[in-house]
Ligand binder design. Sequence first.
Ligand code: CAA
Length: 359
Amino acid sequence: MRRDVDYRKYCEGIGQIQMAVFPQNEDIVTIGIDAAQKAISKIKDKNDIDLVMFATESTFDLSKSAAIYVHHFLGLKPNCRVFDIKQACYSGTAALQMAYSFIDTRTLNSNSKVLIIASDIVKYSPGTSGEPTQGGAAVAMIMSKNARTLLLEPFSGIYTCDIADFWRPAATNEAKFDGRLSAHNYLKSLEYSLKEYMYESGLTKTEIDYNCFHTPFCKMARKAAKQYFPYENIDKSLIYASLVGNSCSASLYLSLISLIDHSESDLSGKRIGMYSYGSGSVAEYFSGIVADEYKSVSFSDDNKKKITDRIEISFDKYETFCSPTPFNCKIEETSYKNIGNITLSEIKNGYRIYNLTTL
Ligand code: CAA
């Protein structure tokens, strides 16, 4: 109402029910670490992690990687490669595919693992058409030779083209975009990448049991499913996205988690088609087979609780969350239940200082 827009445009038109906003003591690093702590709790020895990649398009530091904070707070070994990866919402997939190649070449240490964190907080200028498609989330993944969630298949289709559909100038927090162009290119890139995937794999569409899509807003993924598969029933994979909004680099993987956490049928052995799109643009369609033990490494209850523990805030409060973070400030502590144990406590000369909290 405060934007003078019919709410049905948000719920029915773009398919969003809720959207995540973040207090100032949370950022891409804190939510990324929260996700990574859970992921590494499922491996025997964290010293097996030889590489950490942090995929994001909402970094606050154009030099130091967000991955270094993760490495520090997780207490990972020093002889570990650590860096960030950027290509809009595609960066999580870029990291995943790089990790796949990395693990494939590890012959000396077959236990070698890669930690990938895809983390984004998405902001558009208040009052723009992009505003209802904000959001954010982090997903952490571990790549190893013994996959326990999804066994990646060795074929994929890629489509890259130079286009001005979405960008974020370095000095700003908020993305600029051409919404219609981006939606058009999302679908066109799916057509081309899917075609190449089909050719490379020799598979037919009927051999793909489920699809997960990059989800800038739920209606976009539904349109893709309907146009290219053709079915619209991707509800289970969209439950989290409909509640948190766009999470850019994490979005496709949140869709997979949503499917896993909400599916009533056994997904073991099922082929999941995955469509990744990053404006600018790079798109990739690839697939994986769900591992037999996938339920033993899922955090279904925790994930659902993370969502239900959120609180609704007023529009006025939301607007305070939109203001840019100052260059020098102490950050107010908050007592929101779903915040992890690492929070942003201070910014000094633009440098972020994090604390282990006692919440
Ligand atoms: N009741 C029901 N439906 C309504 C309605 C109402 N009162 N008013 C409008 N609608 C419907 C429209 O008919 C339309 O539906 P269709 O798409 O099925 O025709 C839908 O709501 C959206 O309406 P508009 O196109 O008029 O909306 P808009 O101009 O405000 O733009 C948007 C919507 C393009 C999603 C905009 O929010 C936007 O630009 N978002 C940011 C960019 C983006 O997300 N692009 C997606 C592809 S890019 C990508 O994937 C990378 C990334 O993550 C950003």
